[in-house]
Design a protein around this ligand. Structure first.
Ligand code: ZN
Length: 200
């Protein structure tokens, strides 16, 4: 039984404080309306301490919010890095970073309700491919390939979407999107407020 069968399960928390090496850094989960969520993320050319530290931070966030996947733009970094919980919440967290992930091939189709930490309190059914073939770089800098089906494939597709500036609400029907317009507008307002608070 999958107990955490949604992506980014919990309601929004705008500010996340985490111990990161010696200093206390503040990480903000970027919410719908924040421009960083709409940018094409840059490929990573180097896996340095900064990136390894970021992976640790993203893992902590997933641990805290019981997420099964998180993409770097969701913490404000427009780089091609995602972290996926390969155990999908069934076991002790088995966090798995994927650098520069690239979807090589997909097949099949299935529907499941999704949510997202960056689109809080909204859940909708999304049609996605059932089988995914992905190429990525691991933290040792080696190029790897993986076949992923069903939920794991869905999580990877959802997170890779984030790297391309796509959110799950972009993949729902226009009628459903119309119904969500007001909620999304509210999120956008909060998002810009949040950005202002941070810079002020
Ligand atoms: Zn998401």
């Amino acid at each position: 039984m999958i107990t955490r069968n949604v992506i980014c399960l919990k309601a929004v928390v705008y500010n996340i404080y985490l111990m990161n090496s010696k200093e206390k850094k503040e990480y903000i989960i970027r919410v719908y309306g924040d421009p960083v969520l709409r940018k094409q993320a840059e490929p990573l050319t180097e896996i340095n301490d900064d990136i390894l530290s970021l992976i640790g931070t993203m893992s902590n966030i997933m641990d805290k919010y019981l997420g099964i996947g998180l993409a770097a733009p969701q913490v404000g970094r427009s780089i091609q890095l995602i972290v996926v919980d390969l155990a999908l919440g069934n076991d002790a967290l088995k966090l798995f970073p994927m650098i520069n992930p690239e979807i090589i091939e997909t097949s099949g189709s299935w529907t499941m309700e999704e949510g997202c930490l960056s689109v809080p309190d909204i859940r909708e059914k999304v049609i996605r491919p059932q089988h995914v073939h992905v190429r990525y770089v691991n933290t040792d800098g080696n190029e790897m390939e993986m076949e992923a089906d069903d939920l794991l494939g869905r999580v990877i597709l959802h997170e890779v979407d984030h790297l391309n500036g796509i959110l799950f609400v972009d993949r729902i029907s226009s009628i459903k999107l119309q119904l969500l317009k007001k909620s999304l507008r509210e999120l956008s307002k909060n998002s810009s407020l949040n950005v202002k608070e941070q810079s002020g």
